[in-house]
Design a binder for this molecule. Structure first.
Ligand code: COA
Length: 326
């Protein structure tokens, strides 16, 4: 049976660090409040010259280097992002040009924080069907450009970064065991960036109304996320006939430490089996899971044969999971 397997990962974080103490000088908040409610201590912010494709480029180069592949060896590039360089061309096409990946088709995928796992889902299907052989899936975000720095309930949450994974076909009994994607557009208004599209394109009024910034109903989002992620994780394990005790690592989307703890608790999973980097980077949306996956691989937390569960939840609403056998 043909499966898709992640053969290498990479990530890139901008150098500039903004701490909770820095935010205390901008909005009415405290380090204690942010740490207690979210688990975030600091986040990375891209410099003025860096757009989503630049971060994606660095993460992709790192993955290609580890895989000992050249850009021409890739035949499809999927970029998950909600903060692409521009409405079009796609950030994936801009990345393809930067890499010189001439053999690759390229497109963007918009599923907010679930985008990377949605990308794995698509790549997995295309590889299993034999339509593509080697796919680069990237999550990249420069959400700092769309953050309302006057809104203390959202500006404390987000950060910039990128993560990448290269997938190829394998006949081994490991790789991506299953992927699961879901959405509920009825809850679109919980997290959105209302301006900049054909509904409210850029105008004096849209700028005055701050429609080009992220709007979020944090508390409601929190409750839906906790409920949904627990069900998602249980379903994914059940489909694969895996007991939570057989999981070596849960790599969750890093949105809020309390959401992650609730998911782990409901699965009966000790926190030692949960990968966390939210403290350093905050919520990097589509980049969050691949950055964490890369850091888990680099810190030797993934061993041959391990069952690893990836899960994410985000705007749309969307939610998604993938069970990997490393
Ligand atoms: N500093 C201090 N106080 C703050 C604050 C901040 N940065 N942000 C909000 N508050 C205040 C609110 O104004 C409110 O005050 P009030 O009671 O006087 O009105 C109080 O804290 C509680 O607000 P609430 O929104 O209920 O807090 P919360 O415990 O739900 O935490 C979030 C807020 C945003 C941290 C939390 O809801 C969250 O993480 N939600 C999910 C976000 C998420 O995952 N989004 C993306 C999905 S990918």
């Amino acid at each position: 049976m043909l499966r898709a397997k992640i053969i290498a990962t990479g990530s890139y974080l901008p150098e500039h660090i903004v701490t909770n103490r820095d935010l205390e000088k901008i909005v009415d908040t405290t380090d204690d409040w942010i740490t207690e409610r979210t688990g975030i201590k600091e986040r990375r912010i891209a410099n003025d010259c860096q757009a989503a494709s630049d971060l994606a480029y660095e993460a992709s180069l790192s993955a290609l280097k580890k895989a000992q592949l050249k850009p021409k060896d890739i035949d499809l590039i999927i970029v998950a992002t909600i903060s692409g360089d521009m409405p079009f061309p796609s950030t994936a096409c801009l990345l393809q040009a930067k890499l010189g990946a001439k053999q690759a088709a390229a497109f963007d995928l918009g599923a907010a924080c679930s985008g990377f796992i949605y990308g794995l889902h698509v790549a997995n299907g295309l590889i299993r069907s034999g339509m593509h052989q080697r796919v680069l899936v990237v999550g990249t975000e420069v959400l700092s450009r769309f953050t309302d720095w006057d809104d203390r309930s959202t500006c404390i949450l987000f950060g910039d970064g990128a993560g990448a994974a290269i997938l190829e076909a394998t006949r081994e009994k490991r790789g991506i065991m299953s992927t699961h994607i879901y959405s509920d557009g009825n809850l679109a208004d919980l997290i959105m960036l209302p301006g900049g599209g054909s509904r409210s394109c850029c105008s004096r009024e849209s700028i005055l109304k701050k429609l080009h910034h992220i709007k979020m109903k944090g508390n409601e989002t929190f409750k839906v996320a906790v409920r949904t992620l627990e069900e998602l994780a249980s379903t994914t394990l059940e489909v694969n006939s895996i007991d939570p005790s057989q999981l070596s690592l849960l790599i969750p989307h890093q949105a809020n430490l309390r959401i992650i703890q609730a998911t782990a608790r409901r699965l009966g999973l000790p926190m030692e089996k949960v990968f966390l980097n939210i403290e350093k980077y905050g919520n990097t949306s589509a980049a969050s899971v691949p950055i964490a996956l890369d850091e888990a691989a680099e810190s030797c937390r993934l061993n041959d044969g391990d069952y690893v569960l990836l899960e994410a939840f985000g705007g749309g609403l969307t939610w998604a999971s993938a069970l990997l056998r490393w």
